[in-house]
Unconditional design. Structure first.
Length: 602
């Protein structure tokens, strides 16, 4: 029962009716530090476990709260920083009480099945037991894989001559980034590795060469072909991964003899790779039924939660090679954990960070702005926003008049008109390409700074400026679409973007898939929204020529450094930031802090 309570709180499905709080927890609830669900779960655990110490119940409630905010655990040594004015228990006595509680297992040793308790205390970190176990799965798998490093190297540590020859073929000239060659070498000689880097640094270009190198090694050594799985957390990201690798292999500079090693590769979501069972949290593949693959590559790994990463690592064969690919400076999973960032910071992890951005226009300083944001220094960002291809409108976005927003309106109308023109003549591929001309990105979903309000404003501009726009009913030609729920039957996934186009006297909803266009009858679509503006979270993995970022007030806790970095790096040529200087500085100073033990766990 206790495990179910904790699980329900973390997925947001529990609705609890609680009596007015009294005692030690009341002050924390009144201050907004604890939500009713936090208190409900902790109080229920205490009642079932016979725990009467309010300090222990407070600690349990804080552990539940931590999960709600994406942390794996709560650090009892630092948690008072949330609000120092609250009546926190004295640290030594608090820790002693938690350690002595019957609700808590102390230390890192696995408990016997009959002695599993709902909480785990390790160091100063207090976990819900299920998340401690998931973290241990990841830590142990990674540490075991790192201990097996050295594949493809000689006893002295030098690169094996056969691998060196393969690398020389795949990277024949100095025009390639030396770090990309190094990333392939590291991944080819380690059972676990991370290829990190920002947008446009050539991560999937590098993965294509890595797969060619691995297949070449396997065929020259054992004469066999490796079983490779390409995966990503979302259907959109999986499709883009396969397309990017295919495009890299099709380049003229890709060695012809290696092309067959990577041509025709497909990618899937992690849930489908593991064999998700509808209606349950279980998978077909697990520690008792391993995946058959020799190599697994996971793209957009920053979006993978601790739970999903632990399930993946549990299902890998002991000799499987795992390569995580992603940007640790981007937003982490909306669920629990920041696994990629934690593993990048974990001592001993084989990481190569690609640094040269190839995707951005040479006429923009967006890469310099992204680098300044990563430093967390508002003064550097203040200088960077004056660069080429960057526009900063220093006003509160909710109060900006038409004159200040003229550039936003012009971009919205220009991109929308181009989409409509292509859609009306039935050119779906062109219409889909034109959607990437400009996007408004918001941190909030609701309110005057949110997606809904700015989407309404964008549509109003289009209706006034584009002849006949939106007058054909709900499925009007040129309507930009966003899939909000996976539809495996149609092979449309949460986050996929499409457009309504003219088709044989009627309309179809067009989406890009594997480089081609598929057209669906609109009535067949399930969960779908109009997407004149987009949340920054949903924009992850996408690229647009021009982007407008709407900043909420400085007081908004949603606008973090990672969110701002993600937003500005969606733009290839021009980024416009609408918000006060105070809001911009606050976002740069406010990193996402997620507690976990992965960064320094033994």
């Amino acid at each position: 029962m206790t495990g179910d309570l904790a699980r329900d709180v973390t997925t947001g499905v529990t609705t609890v009716a609680t009596a007015p709080l009294t005692g030690a927890l009341a002050a924390f609830a009144d201050a907004g530090v604890l939500a009713p669900a936090d208190v409900h779960v902790a109080s229920t655990l205490a009642r079932l476990g016979g725990e009467g110490d309010d300090a222990v119940v407070l600690a349990a409630a804080l552990a539940v709260r931590a999960v709600r905010f994406g942390s794996v655990c709560v650090d009892l040594a630092r948690v008072r920083e949330l609000d120092p004015a609250l009546p926190w228990p004295e640290p030594p006595a608090w820790v002693d009480a938690v350690r002595a509680s019957g609700l808590v297992t102390v230390g890192s040793a696995d408990a016997e099945p009959e002695d599993v308790r709902p909480l785990r205390f390790a160091g100063n970190l207090l976990y819900l037991e299920r998340y401690w176990r998931q973290e241990r799965v990841v830590a142990r798998w990674v540490d075991a894989a790192i201990a097996e490093s050295g594949r493809g190297t000689s006893p002295g540590g030098e690169t094996d001559p056969a691998l060196a020859a393969t690398l020389d073929r795949l990277f024949p000239t100095a025009e390639q980034d030396d770090l990309q060659r190094r990333a392939v070498e590291v991944a080819a000689t380690h059972r676990f590795s991370i290829i990190a880097g920002g947008p446009g640094t050539g991560k999937t270009w590098t993965v294509a060469r890595l797969l060619a190198a691995l297949q070449s090694q396997a065929q020259s050594g054992q004469g066999t072909r490796l079983r490779v799985a390409l995966a990503a957390p979302t259907g959109k990201a999986a499709a883009r991964l396969a397309e990017s690798i295919g495009a890299a292999a099709a380049e003229a500079r890709f060695p012809a003899q290696d092309r067959a090693h990577v041509e025709g590769l497909t990618a899937t979501t992690l849930h489908r790779l593991l064999g998700a069972r509808p209606g349950t949290s279980r998978f077909t593949f697990d520690r008792s039924n391993r995946l058959p693959h020799d190599v697994v590559v996971v793209d957009e790994a920053s979006m993978v939660s601790l739970t999903l990463m632990s399930r993946l690592m549990d299902a890998l064969r002991p000799d499987c090679r795992l390569v995580l690919v992603g940007d640790p400076d981007q937003l982490a999973s909306i669920e629990v954990g920041a696994v990629l960032g934690d593993l990048v910071a974990r001592p001993g992890t084989p990481v190569v960070r690609l640094e040269v951005m190839h995707r951005f226009s040479e006429t923009t300083d967006i890469p310099a702005l992204a680098a300044a944001i990563r430093t967390g220094d508002p003064a550097r960002v203040d200088v960077a926003v004056r660069g080429r291809g960057i526009e900063f409108i220093p006003v509160d976005a909710s109060r900006a008049g038409p004159a200040r927003l003229a550039g936003v309106r012009d971009d919205v109308v220009a991109a929308g008109r181009a989409v409509v023109t292509a859609a009306r003549r039935g050119d779906a591929m062109e219409a889909l390409a034109r959607i990437r001309g400009h996007q408004v990105l918001c941190a909030h979903r609701e309110g005057v700074y949110g997606v809904r309000e700015w989407g309404r404003q964008a549509e109003a501009w289009l209706r006034r400026s584009v002849e006949g726009y939106g007058r054909e009913g709900a499925w009007y030609v040129g309507r930009p679409l966003l899939i909000t729920q996976n539809d495996h039957q149609l092979r449309l996934y949460n986050g996929d973007v499409g457009v309504v186009v003219a088709h044989d006297g009627g309309v179809r909803a067009a989406f890009e898939r594997d480089g081609d266009v598929v057209r669906e009858i609109p009535g067949r679509l399930g969960a779908v929204d109009t997407v004149h503006a987009l949340s920054i979270h949903r924009s992850q993995g996408s690229q647009y020529e021009r982007v407008t970022v709407v900043l909420p007030p400085a007081s908004s806790p949603l606008m973090t450094r990672e969110l701002l970095y993600t937003a500005v790096t969606r733009a290839q040529e021009h980024v416009r930031i609408v918000g006060t200087p105070e809001a911009l500085a606050a976002a740069v100073r406010r990193p996402i802090v997620r507690a976990s033990g992965l960064r320094g766990q033994e």
